[in-house]
Design a protein around this ligand. Structure first.
Ligand SMILES: [Mn+2]
Length: 387
């Protein structure tokens, strides 16, 4: 069984209010080409189809047209599309029935009384256990192993077994995810790879945007990463993953297929930060005809000049690049070493300590007034959550 594994398309994502339809279309066309060339038996899109639960009509049309084009590129192929934490699970299921006519299976949510709905058999080829994003509070206990056991019972021909999930597996590399809150908020908790059960031949993951094998997953547990960067910090090549499985209990053969970014996200300078004067120079030296998004990293003594943003806009006016944002770093504030934190570590932090660190990063003094204000806000919030 040959599998194309992708996730986190985030269709409809805008970058600093710039419309990204063009690049998203280019990515979708590339998907169609890869499917035509590779002729996979199974196409897996493991969550975060859209960037928001309420995508516009135009974005939904773009996606549904792309699905039909991908199907047409290899009509024998089965497609399995699960919802991610950015998607609306219920909306994801609306067209479940008509999509089946094109061998497209949409899985938006888990019904604990009908978990066998998550098992898709591809006749003579293999099994897919399609688990969408599930808020940890609603995740049925032992769901993964129960599903794997159900498949094991049916699988008398020793066909390959693939499972999907949209979640964080602990110990993976968060590169590209700027805010730790991406994991802690929205109910995304991290799972140990052992909690995902045993009995699958390949575990196709979505949620983390950097393509990678999961540590401890014996080279059969993998995030495909985003095919198109969603943030400036995703400054690595983007790809989809091709997997070949011969039979149950055999090692998968895995390779990446690079997806070129149509309009790259560029940070100037590429490392560190420079003065505002130097940053302006870098921006004006940026080639006129290169389509890119630009972020500037600027070192300041106190604050950026008020007109800095307008100045940068003016410099890029006659260029094809799109100026997005200026990130500042204060010269005199001691630069704390960036610290990698696990979700557990982050959760054990007191909110006030996180706020204090944030203030420190911004160069704001966290005085008694701030302290009090923060405490009051926390009290209001905790009262609200009790209602
Ligand atoms: Mn995502």
């Amino acid at each position: 069984m040959k599998i194309l594994h992708t996730s986190d398309w985030h269709l409809g994502h805008t970058l600093y209010n710039y419309d990204r339809t063009q690049e998203q279309m280019a990515m979708l066309l590339r998907m169609v080409d890869v499917v035509r060339e590779e002729k996979p038996d199974l196409f897996l899109l493991c969550g975060d189809v859209y960037h928001t639960p309420q995508p516009s009509a135009a974005v939904q049309t773009m996606f549904t047209n792309a699905l039909v084009a991908i199907h047409d590129a290899n009509p024998e192929m089965t497609m399995v599309i699960t919802a991610g934490n950015h998607d609306s699970g219920t909306k994801h299921d609306i067209f479940r029935t008509p999509w089946r006519a094109l061998k497209v299976h949409t899985i938006g949510s888990v019904n604990p009384n009908q978990i066998e709905d998550l098992i898709i058999e591809i006749a003579g080829k293999g099994y897919v256990i399609a688990v969408p994003y599930v808020n940890e509070r609603n995740m049925p206990k032992g769901l993964f192993q129960e599903l794997l056991n159900k498949v094991e019972e049916k699988n008398s021909n020793n066909l390959p077994v693939v499972m999907t999930a949209h979640l964080t597996v602990s110990g993976c590399d968060f590169a590209g995810h700027e805010h730790a809150t991406d994991y802690a908020v929205g109910g995304i908790d991290s799972y140990h790879v052992e909690e995902m059960g045993s009995g699958y031949d390949y575990l196709a993951l979505g949620h983390i945007h950097h393509a990678q094998f999961v540590h401890g997953g014996h080279h059969r547990v993998r995030y495909s990463g985003t095919p198109i960067p969603v943030s400036f910090d995703e400054n690595y090549p983007h790809s989809l993953t091709m997997v070949e499985l011969t039979s149950h209990h055999e090692k998968p053969i895995i390779r990446e297929v690079e997806i070129e970014t149509h309009r790259p996200l560029v940070t100037l300078p590429t490392e560190g930060a420079v003065s505002w004067e130097k940053a302006k120079q870098l921006l004006s030296n940026f080639p006129d005809d290169v389509e890119a998004y630009i972020r500037l990293h600027v070192e300041v003594e106190d604050f950026l000049p008020a007109e800095a943003h307008a100045e940068a806009q003016l410099i890029s006016e006659n260029k094809k690049c799109r100026f997005c944002v200026i990130n500042t770093r204060r010269l005199n504030s001691p630069i704390r070493e960036a610290k990698m934190m696990s979700v557990q570590e982050f959760k054990s932090e007191e909110p006030i300590d996180i706020a204090k660190r944030y203030a420190e990063d911004l160069g704001i003094e966290f005085d008694n007034d701030m302290n009090e204000l923060f405490q009051q806000t926390l009290d209001i919030l905790s009262e609200d959550s009790r209602k």
